[in-house]
Design a protein around this ligand. Structure first.
Ligand code: PNS
Length: 164
């Protein structure tokens, strides 16, 4: 049973995240999408909202025989991965600029827990510039973000900005 953890903030989930999950499904029997509970950050969506959106979207993607679960975690990622009996951490790398930070995290995680391997995956080039942060910024300033997040997520962002 090849089980991977795909960790992140997912605030909100983008089409780039979903693309990585679909690609990961070709490599793993099970992927746990693990949302970090970040006590100091002021997120756009609560953990419960992010879990709900990811659960809906993972039901719609092309996953073959792969089992997708959505969870949240606090504290050290490698500790969580061992608790969940995963062998691998999946991270998406969009551009070379991501690599430095991701390499640092991967090597630190390997030092902390040599049994866990990190696998870097490249999203489709259409999403190579897409991040939750830039999507929120453009949306907040009234710019178009269609095609970068699922329509359902965009709807939820609109409701959020209207205070619903
Ligand atoms: O999507 P993000 O916000 O870039 O994800 C970052 C994440 C959640 C992968 C990273 O912050 C993380 O693993 N945090 C958990 C705490 C931890 O283990 N820190 C040490 C990493 S070397």
């Amino acid at each position: 049973m090849r089980r991977a953890i795909y960790p992140g903030s997912f605030d909100p989930v983008t089409n780039g995240h979903l693309d990585i999950i679909e690609r990961g499904c070709k490599l793993f029997d099970e992927i746990i999408i693990a949302i970090l509970v970040h006590p100091d950050k002021k997120p756009m969506f609560t953990i419960e909202e992010r879990v709900e959106m990811l659960e809906q979207l993972t039901g719609e993607i092309n996953k073959g025989a792969c089992v997708l679960r959505v969870d949240n975690f606090q504290g050290l990622l490698v500790k969580y991965a061992v608790e969940r009996e995963a062998q691998t951490i999946v991270r998406g790398i969009r551009a070379i600029s991501d690599y430095e930070y991701e390499l640092q995290m991967a090597l630190m995680n390997r030092r902390l827990e040599p049994r866990i391997e990190t696998v870097f995956m490249m999203p489709h080039e259409d999403y190579s510039y897409v991040s939750s942060r830039i999507v929120k910024e453009v949306f907040g300033l009234g710019g178009a973000i269609d095609g970068l997040v699922p329509a359902f997520v965009m709807e939820r962002m609109k409701r959020k900005s209207n205070g619903v």
